[in-house]
Write a protein that binds this ligand. Structure first.
Ligand SMILES: NC(=O)c1ccc[n+]([C@@H]2O[C@H](COP(=O)([O-])OP(=O)(O)OC[C@H]3O[C@@H](n4cnc5c(N)ncnc54)[C@H](OP(=O)(O)O)[C@@H]3O)[C@@H](O)[C@H]2O)c1
Length: 276
């Protein structure tokens, strides 16, 4: 069993949403924290709350992880810090939604820079330090979107397929070396992920609460799974894990048609995110 108490965890995207829930659950379990996101003031509020509620040290680093130079700066700051990161939780992520060619390219590029490039860079930098001392852990937040192509979330699902494949491969490379690597695959989770998204008629898009898990539950189950030594975590409802098996048996074009149909039903063919 991995014991969180007395360790230090770096959580990216910890200013709100799932990242804030991970930070709260880690603090509850006694882990000191280093929190990263763009909005320094929101991070400081999270940090202050957790220091008051739990006996843990919390530091914050405000950085745009979609910017390679700023990711390098984060790594430099960590290298210069006296504290050791025992667990890296790559949570920060963003996704473009809508018909790919009808929307601006930029949110798709941000998604690739954040979900793939930053995750890979932090994994490389911190993973090397962990491997050299023969201990540590990495949790990469993928998604139930990782297992199949998702029309109207084409680039987002592509980034999560990368996270899944990359994390599984790295877990095998590091097996037996004291560094454990796990991918987590939440399904729809009640966070701020779709804040700012609008439907074609201009009304705000909100996630259907009937198919949405709470961020607190997802955070708790992810950390339980890592502590138990799992290499994959399905922290949402059971249906998400069952749905992840289907693409293994269906022709890929059939899967794409089914997920396209699902996302049209959810209105993702007309949704706009970040006014893009
Ligand atoms: N919600 C879901 O349904 C769902 C389902 C499956 C997987 N996931 C995955 O879970 C993770 C967390 O998602 P969420 O739903 O919690 O999203 P969220 O509510 O939108 O929160 C995203 C977090 O990432 C930070 N962030 C965004 N862009 C950033 C950047 N360029 N640099 C640094 N930090 C950045 C945000 O803080 P700032 O804005 O302050 O930077 C925020 O703390 C993501 O990897 C997402 O793909 C979510």
């Amino acid at each position: 069993m991995y014991t969180y108490r007395g360790t230090t965890t770096l959580v990216t995207g910890a200013s709100r949403g799932l990242g804030a829930a991970y930070a709260a659950e880690l603090a509850r379990r006694g882990s000191d924290l280093v929190l990263v996101a763009r909005s320094g003031s929101a991070l400081d509020e999270v940090a202050a709350r957790l220091r008051t509620a739990h006996d843990v040290a919390v530091t914050t680093i405000a950085a745009d992880l979609a910017d390679r130079d700023q990711v390098t700066d984060v790594v430099r700051t960590l290298d210069d810090s006296p504290s050791t990161i025992d667990l890296l939780l790559n949570n920060a992520g963003a996704g473009a939604v809508g018909p790919f060619l009808d929307r601006a390219l930029e949110p798709n590029q941000v998604s690739v820079d954040l979900n793939i490039s930053a995750l890979m860079t932090l994994t490389h930098a911190l993973g090397r330090t962990m491997a050299s001392r023969g201990s540590g852990g990495i949790i990469n937040i993928a998604s139930s979107a990782a297992f199949q192509p998702m029309p109207y979330q084409a680039s987002y699902a592509g980034t999560k397929a990368f996270v899944l494949s990359f994390t599984e491969a790295l877990a095998e490379e590091l097996r037996g070396q004291g560094v454990r690597v796990m991918a987590a695959h939440p399904g729809a989770t009640g966070t701020t992920f779709f804040d700012g998204a609008t439907r074609a008629d201009g009304t705000p898009y909100t996630m259907d609460p009937r198919i949405t898990d709470s961020a607190d539950t997802v955070a708790r189950r992810t950390l339980d799974d890592f502590a138990r030594g799992r290499s994959a975590s399905y922290p949402g409802r059971r249906l998400n894990q069952i749905a992840s098996w289907l693409p293994r048996y269906l022709p890929r074009t059939t899967t794409a048609r089914l997920t396209g149909k699902l996302n049209r039903t959810l209105g993702f063919d007309s949704i706009r995110v970040h006014a893009a």
